[in-house]
Design a binder for this molecule. Structure first.
Ligand code: HEM
Length: 458
């Protein structure tokens, strides 16, 4: 009784204004034309607005760097993110760190961060170059190809090597093919609806989209469980790949990870670790070949390193770094970071958000602020040479306790792959026209995947 009386006297928490579109219509627009939807909302309501979608809690979209700083630097215990990532559960499974908060999330992060950094990451330099060469050598002069598919093959092979180690056995090949094909389920804005609209997730047999997805997932599970079983039995302590590290990890009670936990974390890395990088690489190839002056400058910089440059030197090239950053700025692979769901009242930009509010830092809108990035629609790598942007202005990899664990690895891979391709092949865009960004699952990707042709070698 007392509690109810107290709630009645409290002033209602003030929420920022936002689009009044009916929830179902907003949901369809946000799935099919996400950029148009968020740009219009930001134009009408500014850098903090409330959006409402069918099946989701009220979402507050933030593109103000001070506010983003407050979110990223706040005590992580004030927010939950895992529950809001539930739409990824069909792909990653229940135990993925993406779906958890608190101790379990922290423990898994601590385990997975080191293999993607420092010396351990650099050990993959030669493998990345070798895989790029193998994949790109399938292309002969005059052959047209979709850059995103080739970049996906490269990034998938790279992450598989990092996760499972060196031997590319037949299980490895099967895993590669089935995983690629399973993720292609979400390769268009329409088919991406399958992830967002639960009622579409119906198994209507092997020919229905969801039915096929489930069967491919089953095959992948079998392959992953077979590998886990074999590795446990072999107990080879000399291996340094990520699966081996996960197999030897023990929690505070001395318990190892279960097979189901291992399967879900492997799937998380395979999914998060290659879809994103493949899209970023496809965009980079597009911009580099759409703007000849960018390609020329890059080639001059790469040539200055001489033959067979050290991967570390390639990684540190300033113009190549600026091209990668500008690629990730102008069309960020994910339009939003993970949401932060407020656990108890939280103040931000003069608003008081009640528990349950979903705060969503918007990467795209932040990266398109005229006051931080003048002429935001223009691809200008030089802006990254002229000034340094704060980690709350450039947020392609998110921040705080959820910041992408693969950031360094992804940038390392992007630079080595681009350097390898540009130094060995001459590519041309088939349609030299502006490309739209379209949805592919939870990412945004170049429409048509960037169609190119090989015109010569260098
Ligand atoms: C260009 C490539 C990539 C981009 C743009 C990207 C972007 C992101 C973003 C925006 C987040 C959410 C961060 C937040 O909410 O604060 C994230 C999380 C994550 N990323 Fe990446 N990522 C990329 C590559 C990778 C790679 C190569 C891996 C493989 C290791 C990876 C693994 C993860 C994982 C495991 C998380 C979840 C972290 C957590 O929940 O604590 N990502 N990524």
């Amino acid at each position: 009784m007392t509690v109810i009386a107290e709630n009645k006297t409290k002033p209602a928490a003030k929420m920022p204004d936002g689009p009044k579109t009916p929830k179902w219509l907003a949901t369809i627009r946000a799935i099919l034309a996400p950029l148009t939807y968020i740009e219009k909302a930001a134009k009408d309501y500014g850098d903090i607005y409330t959006a409402q979608f069918a099946g989701f809690p009220r979402q507050v979209v933030v593109s103000n760097p001070q506010a983003i700083q407050e979110i990223f630097t706040a005590d992580p215990n004030l927010f939950d993110s895992g529950v809001a990532n539930k739409i990824l559960q069909p792909i990653t499974g229940d135990y993925s760190l993406l779906l958890h908060d608190g101790d379990y999330h922290q423990r898994q992060r601590r385990l997975l961060i080191p293999p993607f950094h420092g010396e351990r990451m650099r050990a993959y330099g030669d493998i990345i170059c070798q895989i790029t060469e193998e994949v790109m050598s399938q292309l002969t002069i005059g052959k047209t190809f979709v850059a995103r598919s080739y970049m996906q093959e490269i990034s998938l092979r790279v992450i598989l090597r990092a996760v499972f180690g060196l031997d590319e056995n037949s299980r490895f090949q099967q895993l590669r093919e089935t995983l690629s094909s399973m993720l292609d389920t979400f390769n268009s804005p329409w088919s991406s609806s399958l992830l967002f609209l639960k009622f579409l997730q119906q198994d209507l047999g092997p020919w229905s989209p969801w039915g096929r997805f489930l069967r491919q997932k089953q095959q992948i599970d079998e392959l992953l469980y077979a590998e886990i079983r074999e590795r446990r039995a072999a107990n080879d302590l000399s291996r340094e790949d990520i699966l081996s590290l996960m197999l030897s990890a023990r929690d505070e009670h001395g318990e190892p990870m279960t097979d189901a936990e291992l399967r879900d974390e492997l799937m998380t890395l395979l999914f998060a670790g290659h879809e994103t990088t493949a899209t970023a690489l496809a965009w980079a190839l597009y911009w580099i070949h759409y703007l000849p002056e960018v390609r020329e400058k890059l080639l001059a910089e790469l040539d200055s390193l001489g033959d067979n440059p050290d991967p570390d030197k390639v990684f540190r090239l300033p113009y190549l770094s600026a091209v990668c950053s500008e690629t990730l700025r102008i069309y960020p692979v994910t339009l939003f970071t993970f949401p932060r769901i407020v656990k108890s009242q939280f103040q931000l930009m003069g608003y008081e958000f009640p528990a349950g509010t979903m705060l969503s830092p918007c990467v795209y809108l932040t990266h398109h602020r005229e006051d931080i990035y003048p002429e935001p629609k223009r691809f200008k790598p030089e802006r990254f040479l002229e000034r340094q942007f704060s980690p709350y202005e450039f947020i392609s990899f998110g921040g705080g306790n959820r910041r992408c664990i693969g950031m360094a690895f992804a940038l390392f891979e992007m630079k080595l792959v681009l350097a390898k391709i540009l130094r060995s092949q001459q590519l041309v865009l088939i349609d030299n026209r502006p490309l739209k960004a379209v949805r592919r699952g939870i990412t945004t990707t170049p429409d048509g995947g960037v169609r190119m042709v090989v015109t010569g070698s260098r």
